[in-house]
Ligand binder design. Structure first.
Ligand code: ZN
Length: 511
């Protein structure tokens, strides 16, 4: 929900209705929860009755106190007045209406709630607090009141606004007053829908400013924020979480879906097979320049790696989601950017050697770390020793490790992927595909939020997040289609980048 911006002098603070204000408006919202505009008229009448009982003498009240219907506002009523208010309400036979039993049940769940004295007659009469009935009422009212712009919240604010106007605490410039007075008096029962929406917008805006002023006044007094915290925090132990009702009885895929996935699978598999064969044909007929094979090996290896990945991936339709397909999508877009970047360099450029050297330097570093680890072990496991020997052979296969530098930069080109993409005209692919896939691979919050967690459906839990139990997401062809399309473009890039080598040998003819 968009928080209200309460402007207090030069201080701007976001006040969230749901989190910080609603719990204090539990009584008002209880009377408004049905959504009937008449209820606002009734609520205002109840407040008039209570003020009438209190009378003009405000001894023992906080300065400038007026009745707003907040629980903390009731809490500020002095002891002696409380007893009189309760007694009078009962003798006028309006207590049960103003403090209904289901409200008493709900408030009874919170021993430290402000304004709890309101329900004392119910408790004295032997009312037993039934958590189940409290839960039902609270869930219903809370669900109706969530979101500061909904009718229930707006009317709760309107009732405060009305009290301020009624008490002459709000002064408006006269031209504004003339324009508004008539409309506000008719709100909410006799205003046109256009007027209603104007009044409500005005109320919400004024309420923000009034709230800010109130918090300023009460700063340092009775911590008015304690109750909303207590309300939400104690709901954790009082009421259970509720999950999205997943149609657990049904399989993830209907028969139709299954048939669609199977046919997509067959089609994709055939496409990928053809793509792979095309690539192998190109790779096999390109002159690798055996005297200096860096260029050939680097370009060919980049494509070969992605196609290996794709060949295995395609066999597991459960991975055909953005959640699980992101690492491959990222790899294939990255490979395309790198191939283009490398292909743009001169055939005998140093960059291919540097590409290899960067990777080998990282491997050498890994080997050094393992050796350090082994040296510190009393009895290193023989598998570990064998593994380090294996690493050593890998590191030394082309160049003695003494002659290999370790480059701690981000990649072989000393240039980040975005810049590289921009240089080769793939910035759009970088922004629209690589970046989101990358967020996924790095487990950024947006991705965790989207896949690993879900919102609790119990309105009494303030939409907090809980673990999503369902581990399979909806399968669709979109991610796979994109991956296959990009793999195909990647092979096109490869074909172009290596065409020179095939023209020279003439073994597959020139294109
Ligand atoms: Zn929950």
């Amino acid at each position: 929900m968009p928080p209200l911006l309460a402007a207090v002098g030069d201080k701007l603070r976001a006040v969230s209705w749901d989190r910080e204000q609603y719990p204090d408006f539990l009584w008002s919202c209880w009377h408004l929860a049905n959504g009937d505009p008449h209820d606002l008229v009734k609520l205002v009448k109840y407040m008039d009755r209570i003020e009438e009982i209190i009378g003009p003498d405000r001894a023992g009240f906080p300065e400038h106190w007026i009745l707003t219907g907040r629980l903390s506002n009731f809490e500020a009523v002095p002891e002696a007045t409380r007893a009189r208010v309760l007694g009078e309400m009962r003798s006028r036979d309006i207590y049960d209406t103003i403090v209904p039993e289901d409200f008493a049940q709900a408030l009874g769940m919170y021993p430290s709630a402000p304004g709890r004295w309101l329900i004392q007659p119910w408790l004295d009469a032997g009312m037993r607090i039934d958590p189940e009935s409290a839960r039902r009422g609270l869930e219903e009212v809370t669900a109706a009141a969530m979101g500061g712009r909904n009718p229930v919240a707006t009317r709760a604010k309107a009732s405060v606004f009305r009290q301020y106007v009624h008490a002459g605490r709000i002064s408006m410039p006269s031209e504004l007053r003339d324009e508004w007075r008539d409309v506000i008096v008719r709100y909410p029962m006799e205003t046109t829908s256009e007027e209603t929406s104007k009044v409500e917008t005005f109320i919400r805006a004024s309420f923000g400013a009034m709230e800010g002023a109130r918090e300023e006044r009460e700063a340092g007094g009775e911590g008015s924020s304690a109750w909303p915290q207590t309300f939400w925090r104690s709901n954790w132990s009082l009421f259970p979480c509720r999950r999205h009702e997943a149609p657990r009885a049904q399989p993830i895929l209907s028969d139709d879906d299954r048939a669609a996935v199977e046919s997509a699978y067959r089609e994709m598999k055939a496409d990928i097979k053809a793509l792979h064969e095309r690539f192998l044909q190109l790779a096999d007929t390109t002159d690798p320049d055996i005297f200096n094979p860096d260029r050939y090996e680097v370009l060919t290896g980049i494509v070969a790696r992605v196609l290996r990945y794709l060949n295995v991936y395609i066999g597991y339709p459960a991975l055909w989601t953005m959640e699980h397909g992101a690492p491959l999508l990222r790899s294939v877009v990255e490979a395309r950017i790198i191939i283009r970047y490398l292909a743009a360099a001169d055939v005998d450029s140093d960059i291919f050697r540097r590409f290899k050297a960067y990777g080998m330097g990282r491997l050498k570093l890994l080997k050094l770390h393992f050796e350090e680890y082994l040296a510190a072990e009393q009895n290193p496991h023989e598998d570990m020793i064998a593994y380090v020997e294996y690493l050593e052979a890998l590191v030394n296969q082309d160049i003695m490790e003494e002659f290999q530098d370790i480059n701690l930069g981000g990649n072989f080109a000393g240039k980040d992927m975005r810049k590289m993409a921009a240089e080769v005209g793939l910035e759009r692919e970088y922004r629209l595909l690589f970046a989101p896939a990358s967020s996924n691979v790095h487990g950024e919050w947006s991705v965790i939020d989207e896949y690993a967690l879900e919102r609790c459906r119990n309105p009494l839990r303030l939409r907090h997040r809980i673990v999503r139990r369902e581990v399979n997401g909806p399968i669709g062809g979109m991610v796979v289609d994109t991956v296959v399309e990009f793999a195909s473009l990647l092979v096109d890039e490869y074909e172009q980048a290596t065409s020179h080598g095939r023209t020279l040998t003439g073994s597959s003819g020139s294109e």
